[in-house]
Design a protein around this ligand. Sequence first.
Ligand SMILES: N[C@@H](Cc1c[nH]cn1)C(=O)NCC(=O)O
Length: 443
Amino acid sequence: MNSRRSWLIFSIGSFAYLSAILQRTSMGIAGVAATERFGGSAAVLSSLAVVQLIVYAAMQIPVGVLIDRFGPRVLILTGTSLMVLGQLSLAFAPSISVAVIGRILVGAGDAMLFISVIRLISSWFSGRIVPQLSQWMGNIGQLGQVVSAIPLAWILGMWGWTPAFLSAASVAVIALIAVIIVIRDRPAHSEDHPRPATWAAAIAQLRHSFKRPGTQLGFWSHYVTQSSGTVFSLLWGFPFMVYGLGYEPHLAAAMLTILVGAGLIFGPILGLLSARYPLRRSNIVLGIVAAIGTAWAVVLLWPGTPPIGVIALLLVVLGIGGPGSLIGFDFARTFNPQRSLGAANGVVNVGGFTASFVSMYLIGVFLDLQNGWRISAGGRSDLYELGSFRTAFAVQYLVIGVGVVFLLRARRRTRRGMSRDEGIEVAPIWVALSRKWRRHKSN
Ligand SMILES: N[C@@H](Cc1c[nH]cn1)C(=O)NCC(=O)O
């Protein structure tokens, strides 16, 4: 544990995750090239991005169960191989249907990476460093987006579709070789946790994990923090900035990297805070949600077009939501036995992606509805009008608000369990703060 070998495992695991994010986001820069290559409508082409995310989310719980049964190494190897196959299919795809199959393979492979590497970290490290390393891994991985946005986009522009997707696949091949050579499930001589011997036992373990209030707290923490940034970076941020705010496309693409930068800066701080104040992790999550709600309120209520500084601030706050969501996995880790951690992480990871899908879809519906009303009132069609974006983005208050209610319920049940089983009483934050203040004054 915490050995030099553990650090090597951490580095290669993070690189494998970075490669997965590169494969995941590679389609984002290739939309125009895809239109030229395959033709077809925007709806058919957007299915390339959406299908991959649906497969990703649908596979989280099965992948979690598989990690508990077979260990993370097998899953990382399988996932990376599937992504290589997917990107190769895409590189040589003669038609949109082969391209869709390629993206399905990428989504399925990508689904296996993140929670496997999270699982590796908790097998190779112990103590307070675990939440900090999960933060580092998550945030280093997001640099895969920057690799997509800059060098990969450059290769696509210079040499075209096939070389671009072959280059992306070659990064996954390098990750695959490194994983084969370096990654092992746990330190030699450490005890293997009992693995479920049958599928029935694995499913029973998943059910238990799902029922634990701590796992549910993790799910809702992931749900409320991650979605707003994901919705912005994967779908609606770009059209909002280009058509709603009038930015040049290259400026909009550069703005999206603020999300990654903010994660890199704030992730380690959140890791330190969660390790230092484990009983206050839900307060940190709620603080992040309040910041996201406030930043959106400023943008949505700004009279006229919000200045670029305000949009940059929104992106910083949304960027904090990414690492904030990793606190969800820390809840899973501390409220589940190691043997069912894979399943618990799978459950947690569904949270943010569910909220993202729902919000992405509802924002699209609201944009369409407003455009329909505008046209039927005799106006001209303007799907991405700034005013329409304001109303449509506001739907996130509803989606995230539902999550906050369920988070508070899960937290109440978790605290009740801690008081019953371990005698740990967690006072509301304002009570704890006022006690601290009184102690500080009397010293
Ligand atoms: N919220 C992300 C991780 C993250 C870290 N910093 C920014 N984002 C997450 O849960 N990701 C799951 C995945 O598969 O990428």
